[in-house]
Write a protein that binds this ligand. Structure first.
Ligand SMILES: Cc1ncc(COP(=O)(O)O)c(C=O)c1O
Length: 434
């Protein structure tokens, strides 16, 4: 029993589709719906159930639930499970989906401050920093690994979390099992995007549960009732592919790549904890954006992210040695083209803590309050009515209910990035609570 065999059998058998989707298979034959020969993600009994059981076995948790709305959908489900109007501890640098959950459920955030390094990267909050707050809440949120590949082992908190709901935003950590790093797999709920660091199609995600009770109702809550079979199939395929993947060889190739990059004048790999996240600093006399555009235009190399100080590339077990050789050759050419100077070894110091404006109202109160639009220059002292997550770094600059101050105004006025997933700032105007 598998999603693949269900779909293969259906594709062979079906002569005329009188069901959704309306494209009737012309886009993609496997893009079908719940039929007698296919399973139902909302109440799985066949191929999907089999895959969820396999995943829970591999990841060594009680239950696993597939999702086709990314980690976003499943983090929203976790927040729903945490309960209405509850207090929740979370790192301020948490992903916007967690804030959207807080808004939805009327929860009160208690923030832990991420440390920010010299490159502007938010690091995971250390386990010990959670300790003083344990008595205040019944739900605690963690993020590891981070987008930039920094991890934290929270095992020391295990005894303090026995009667609490621990939620791991492990969106970037679906591959950790395969590199023998499962230090946080004891948490109540763990969310992983299979499309980020394994081989699933975009939106393919899972939630792993160690809860005694069934999480299905919550997993289903934000799950579309027209789930994508190609996405579910891609999760199954990626699990099968990992079984025969030569991980040691892949990790050696990544090591080789990093050593070679460090030999190129003008580039220096920055150490982090996740081998798949390639962080590289560039000669400070050269504009990072110029190098990134040059690599795109001349070498067809497209990166995950770049800031004024570094580039971030996502490596994967699906990369080939040929890909890595191409990247090394491309960076060598860039080095020559921009006449780069050598970059010394980088030991990143911690610069500061993440900034948190003062909270005047709960996020939910401000979000659902009546709002007005004002010029950002006139907004000092007003309460933000919406979530502004500047990207990068993607964590909120200001959350509904917080007071707009000089720091926020200055950041918004000088920001050249975008506001992916949140309300953007247009014509320097911002929404505040009336
Ligand atoms: C830390 C973190 N959590 C959650 C998400 C949401 O994941 P998805 O894109 O699968 O919805 C992201 C997305 O980038 C993320 O960086």
């Amino acid at each position: 029993m598998s999603i693949k065999s269900d779909l293969n059998n259906l594709v062979k058998k079906e002569a005329f589709s009188l069901h959704m989707p309306g494209h009737k298979g012309i886009r993609l034959k496997t893009d079908t719906t719940e039929l007698s020969m296919t399973d139902n993600i909302l109440n799985p009994k066949a191929g999907i159930m089999e895959l969820e059981n396999t995943i829970s076995h591999i990841y060594n948790v009680k239950n696993a639930y597939l999702g086709t709305n990314g980690s976003t959908g499943l983090l929203l489900s976790s927040l729903l499970y945490a309960g209405k109007d509850k207090k929740i501890i979370l790192p301020r640098g948490s992903h916007q989906s967690i804030y959207k959950g807080l808004i939805n459920n009327g929860q009160e955030p208690i923030y832990l401050k991420n440390k920010i390094d010299e490159l502007g990267i938010a690091r995971p909050v250390k386990a010990a920093e959670y300790l003083p707050y344990m008595g205040l809440v019944n739900s605690v949120i963690f993020t590891s690994p981070t987008y930039e590949g920094y991890m934290e082992d929270y095992s020391l908190l295990k005894p303090f979390l026995k009667d609490k709901i621990s939620i791991l935003d492990g969106a970037h950590g679906s591959h950790l099992y395969y590199i023998s790093n499962q230090s946080n797999n004891w948490m109540s709920l763990q969310v992983h995007s299979f499309h980020k660091t394994l081989g699933a199609m975009n939106q393919g995600a899972i939630i792993l549960s160690n809860l005694e009770e069934d999480f299905r109702e919550y997993a289903n809550f934000y799950q579309t009732s027209s789930p994508s079979f190609p996405i579910m199939l891609s999760i199954e395929d990626s699990i099968r592919e990992m079984m025969s993947m030569k991980i040691d060889k892949k990790l050696k190739a990544i090591e080789w790549l990093k050593t070679e990059i460090n030999r190129i004048k003008g580039f220096r790999v920055i150490e982090n904890d996740d081998p798949l996240k390639l962080l590289v600093a560039i000669d400070s006399d050269v504009k990072v954006k110029a190098v990134v555009s040059w690599l795109e235009e001349n070498k067809g190399v497209f990166l995950e992210l770049s800031t004024e100080k570094y580039i971030l590339g996502l490596l994967s077990f699906y990369d080939s040695m040929g890909n890595y050789e191409w990247l090394v050759r491309s960076l060598k050419s860039a080095s020559k083209h921009f006449k780069m100077n050598a970059v010394a070894d980088i030991e990143l110091g911690i610069e500061k803590y993440i900034y948190i404006p003062e909270m005047k109202m709960l996020p939910t109160e401000a979000f659902f309050s009546e709002k007005k639009e004002v010029d950002i220059k006139d907004s000092k002292g007003m309460v933000s009515g919406v979530l502004y997550c500047a990207y990068p770094p993607g964590s909120p600059l200001i959350v509904p209910g917080e007071i707009i101050d000089d720091y926020v105004i200055e950041k918004i006025l000088n920001w050249s990035g975008d506001y992916t997933g949140c309300r953007g700032i247009k014509d320097e105007r911002i929404f505040v609570s009336k």
